[in-house]
Ligand binder design. Sequence first.
Ligand SMILES: *Cc1c(COP(=O)(O)O)cnc(C)c1O
Length: 379
Amino acid sequence: MRFSTKSIHAGQEPDPLSGAVMTPVYLTSTYVQEELGKNKGYEYSRVSNPTRDALEKNIAALESGKHGLAFGSGMAAIDAVFRLLKPGDHVLVSHNVYGGTYRIGKMVLEEYGLQFDFVDTTKLQLVKQAIRKNTKMIFVETPTNPTMEITDLTVIARLAKKHKLISACDNTFATPYLQRPLEYGFDLVVHSLTKYLNGHSDMLGGMVVTSNTAITERLRFLQKAVGGILSPFDAWLCLRGTKTLAVRMERHGESAMEVAEWLSKQKRIKQVYYPGLPQHPQHSLAKRQMKNFGGMISFDLGSLAAAKKFLKRVRLCALAESLGGVETLISHPATMTHASIPYEQRQRIGVTDGLVRISVGLEDVEDIISDLSSSLRVR
Ligand SMILES: *Cc1c(COP(=O)(O)O)cnc(C)c1O
């Protein structure tokens, strides 16, 4: 089966009881047992639930993995991934990751004995130098948020194998429609379902996909033992989302390309970060690794004052955190998504005070550009 067919059918057999074409929402905490030790495969919904199972199978298939494990948010999924490690273990993380990934590493898990270092994973030499004796995992995000750097998945997977590190990729920005890290040799993929996979900004969720049996067993145990699982209703909402993933990602990519080209011609914009632009430093790698360049763009207006003025003016583009929904969202990383990163480090990774990030939605692209244009014109 090809991608769109899988997105509509994988994990979604007609309901055995009624023949319902759409997977029902199994709103139940528990399941009756026929006799001691005999059930229909379900005992308690923290452990498993048919609606959650359907979503886990669906996204596992989309990522070319064997197993999916759904969590109550992207952060709960990332937390579970780091809990594969033990106190004293060291993790290498892409330096421009999602702010919450930085926060959970530095401000939560380091207190429990894990060690985190943030490196520029676009440069193999720097990654090699950062590997220590106790390094056990490399966690990359590509494209990175918000400066859209591209990490070479083949190269990192190979390096991880050589040093026996667990390789993990946060594939939230690209989605499996654009790139499938497991096919490049990664051990696991993690997602915030909240973004493109659900696509309608009406739920939160997270997912880990892997084909590795030991990792799956540990994560299943963590779902049960920790309990940060996805609710059946949110699983059902996300199943609606994944059915249209391919058409949505096509349109997100097409519109973002147009917006990025328009932005790059505006004099008041100092820099545009979009892997689809030929001037992007890893444009050719992005072209090789991704099906299109996605719906996320960042651009630099030069100063906090200019960014503030611009963001006050936008009408159609909603000033909000998050991304990947049908509606265009615009945000200011330095004070919003990346506020938990110290100022010095923000400067180093290019999250300047004038940087604005846009998640290009599915509105008519002319209307998006017109909103940006009128907001930019005002001094
Ligand atoms: C949003 C996001 C997360 C966190 O996901 P939540 O569902 O908000 O917990 C992790 N990684 C990336 C790249 C994200 O965009």
